[in-house]
Design a protein around this ligand. Structure first.
Ligand code: DC
Length: 227
């Protein structure tokens, strides 16, 4: 049997989404990107002019807002369609404004409680590749295979910068790098479920590896767990 629950954690822009989606596709598993949920809450809070500093209001929003993941409803390069209370927010959750506010939102204990419960319910059904920051440590500590995917800050900033330019955004490399550094600092130092490698996770540094090479390494780990 192959590992049924696969957790991939790591810092911003370490390639978790690309690798997670590819592995899920190869195995015929559900791919679930938990960062999308924190982004969706942040995006809706901004759209509804809820002050990000208002922890109670942001937490209430996280408890109430209905986030749905659908197969792509438009052929515009999206991996999936994200709805928040029925509204398509697939691209809005990737905006720079959301990037700037998502780490403070995800540091709120009540927000994490609400979203972690949903993530755990979905993960426990199995045949899933779940990616995030705290999947192996908090959301699904019983995962059959845990990977901590890393790369240097420079390489991660390069990747994210390229992605943004390809989307037609005008942005400087240095600004992207600062943003990534700031988010990593908040994500790693928050009191609740900070980003850290689980004791039983396999550490994988993708700095000098191509996407197919990382996929091949992860598939080796998957088949090595076959019992
Ligand atoms: O993976 P991402 O960049 O889309 O995640 C956005 C933010 O959400 C990230 O800065 C921290 C937060 N996050 C989290 O706290 N826990 C997770 N499991 C996933 C994301």
């Amino acid at each position: 049997m192959l590992p049924s629950i696969i957790a991939i954690d790591g810092p911003a822009a370490s390639g978790k989404s690309t690798i997670g989606a590819a592995i899920a596709e190869k195995l015929g598993y559900l791919y679930f990107d938990t960062g999308v949920m924190y982004r969706a809450v942040t995006c809706v809070a901004l759209a509804r002019a809820i002050p990000i500093a208002d922890e109670a209001a942001v937490t209430a929003l996280a408890e109430q807002v209905q986030i749905d993941f659908l197969k792509p409803t438009l052929n515009d390069g999206r991996q999936f369609t994200i709805l928040a209370d029925g509204q398509d927010i697939t691209w809005q959750i990737r905006s720079r404004e959301v990037d700037a506010y998502v780490s403070p939102v995800s540091a709120y204990a009540g927000v994490r409680r609400a979203l972690t419960a949903q993530q755990r319910r979905i993960g426990l059904r199995g045949n899933v590749v779940m990616v995030g920051r705290d999947i192996g440590t908090v959301v699904l500590p019983e995962a059959d295979l845990k990977i901590y995917l890393d790369a240097t800050e420079e390489e991660r900033a390069r990747r994210r910068h390229r992605e943004r330019l390809a989307r037609g955004e005008q942005v400087e490399y240095e600004a992207v790098r600062q943003e990534i550094r700031r988010r990593d600092e908040i994500d790693s130092s928050r009191a609740v479920a900070p980003l850290k490698q689980a004791n039983d996770a396999v550490y994988l540094d993708s700095t000098n590896l191509s996407v197919p090479e990382v996929i091949a390494r992860v598939m080796q780990l998957v088949t090595a767990r076959d019992c």
